[in-house]
Write a protein that binds this ligand. Structure first.
Ligand code: AMP
Length: 477
């Protein structure tokens, strides 16, 4: 079966005559969270209207007559970032279903770690799936719930699904925002004059001039109606464990998560990296754009300027969205070029935010050597990624993760770096203002580095799913 994995950005706006256009702008600001498809569903209080497209928001929702096809003052939107083989229009969200008591539309950022299990049960009981997306499982479960009110149907389903999810849901007269019990994926509330707005990141508020109000809490459901905003917390309370990778890589640097500026945090990662492992070299150069804030932090710490030794072509998407390894490597070549006059004969400190398969580092170090670099010291502003993610960040399977196959020396040889250094896990937490990682209940979910999954990945350990099903909500709090 195709992997049921979603990446994404979500947006929602309630009660604004320009709902569709503002959603298009919000999605444009969230474009980094997904570039393969985008969609907007609106409601005028009676009917729903939907437009879903493959490709970028700017290519699809800012020209022609498409926005005119989306009347109504309520809207949700979605940017999609799929993995292998799933880049089909039918998988583009928001999804819509006509239930017996009205329509419902859902946009989902994250990944359900028991979607395959639930889907199998649903199919056994006669459900017919139209897509390969885990989000359809949520729709199918809502449709099957025996509860009468839509919000109770949704709560019913929240007790079945597991994993990382941030949902925006539109019914005829309600906009609903939901975060999973651990708050793994982000979702924030803002206001544009009298209209409430929901988004994956605050940068989507900035683009439309909306004011940030607060984060939706872990395990919280926000219901927005003409009467205002209501909050429900149906789950037993557990401490939040937001995904640390949102801060390291995934979110936009100008976003603020949990009162922390993503940019400032990334700079502190670089400064901490410098404290842990500085080496004298001629130049400090970042891998653009992902390594830039960390390189600035590093250079401030060691009091040496950074130089743009690598130039990025901004018209090529993120390397990760390319569907095969072969094309991915090509993507890296298309994306980066060396600033040759700067590099020749120099020893370099090369800084990136993370190392996953090693594709980027190998290509860039090769280019730097070809341009005459004397030696390249590779520094990564996060720990080695040894474990896959099951909650909505697209990391590959374990056997493709370089750090799960090779030790430090092996990775250094593989990348052809003169030296290789990763930030320690302690450094990650220190940069976040914590004295240390709380080992009995970590402040973040850092499973990519530690293998400690807050929600057991049932689909991944298929044979153990029954046991895992029972232990889902019993995590320490
Ligand atoms: P790799 O080339 O496989 O080692 O991946 C590391 C590079 O991809 C770094 O430059 C990161 O900024 C970037 N990266 C890390 N995680 C992801 C992700 N989930 N999706 C896309 N790019 C990523």
């Amino acid at each position: 079966m195709a992997r049921l994995r979603e990446e994404c950005g979500v947006f929602g706006i309630f009660d604004n005559k320009d709902a569709a256009a503002l959603t298009a702008l919000g999605l444009h600001a969230l474009q980094h969270r997904g570039q393969e498809g985008c969609g907007i569903v609106t409601s005028d209080g009676k009917n729903f209207y939907a437009e879903r497209r493959l490709g970028l928001v700017g290519d699809n929702f800012t020209k022609g007559k498409v926005l005119e096809k989306l009347p109504g003052s309520y809207a949700i939107g979605h940017n999609r970032y799929s993995t292998t083989g799933n880049n089909l229009i039918k998988n583009v969200q928001p999804f819509f279903a006509d239930l017996h008591d009205g329509g419902i539309s859902i946009a989902h950022n994250g990944n359900l770690s028991n979607a395959r299990y639930l889907r199998r049960e649903l199919v056994k009981n006669g459900s017919i799936f139209q897509t390969t997306s885990d989000t359809e499982t949520i729709v199918q479960l809502i449709a099957k719930s025996k509860r009468s009110k839509i919000i109770d149907k949704i709560i019913d389903v929240l007790f079945k699904i597991q994993g990382g999810y941030a949902l925006t849901i539109l019914t005829n007269k309600k906009l609903i925002g939901i975060r999973d019990p651990f708050g793994i994926r982000p979702l924030v509330i803002g206001k544009l004059n009298k209209s409430y707005v929901l988004a994956s990141e605050t940068c989507a508020f900035d683009i439309i001039g909306a004011k940030f109000i607060r984060e939706i809490e872990n395990g919280e459901i926000i219901i927005i109606t003409e009467n205002g905003l209501e909050s429900i917390k149906p789950f037993p309370k557990v401490k939040e464990r937001p995904c640390i990778f949102e801060y390291i890589y995934f979110s936009r640097p100008d976003s603020i998560i949990n009162n922390i500026s993503v940019y400032e945090y990334r700079k502190r990662l670089g400064a901490e990296l410098a404290k842990e492992s500085h080496i004298e070299a001629d130049l400090i150069i970042p891998v653009p754009d992902s390594g830039v804030p960390a390189a600035i932090g590093y250079s401030e710490k060691v009091k040496k300027n950074i130089e743009l030794g690598i130039i990025r072509n901004h018209y090529v998407g993120r390397t990760f969205i390319e569907p095969t390894q072969q094309i991915r490597s090509l993507g890296v070549k298309l994306k980066h070029n060396v600033n040759k006059s700067l590099i020749k004969g120099k020893s370099l400190i090369l800084i990136d935010d993370s190392l996953v398969r090693g594709t980027t580092s190998v290509k860039i170090i090769k280019m730097l050597h070809e341009a005459g670099a004397k030696e390249v010291h590779l520094k990564i502003a996060s720990p080695p990624i040894k474990y896959p993610d099951y909650y909505g960040i697209d990391t590959p399977d374990k056997d493709e993760l370089l750090a799960s196959k090779l030790d430090l020396k092996g990775m250094q040889i593989f990348t052809k770096a003169k030296t290789l250094q990763f930030l320690s896990i302690e450094g990650l937490y220190k940069s976040m203002g914590h004295e240390k990682r709380n080992s009995s209940y970590p402040q973040f979910t850092d499973h990519c580095f530690t293998g400690e999954y807050p929600v057991k990945p049932i689909d991944a350990n298929d044979k153990n799913f029954e046991e895992n099903q029972l232990s889902f909500m019993s995590s320490k709090s």
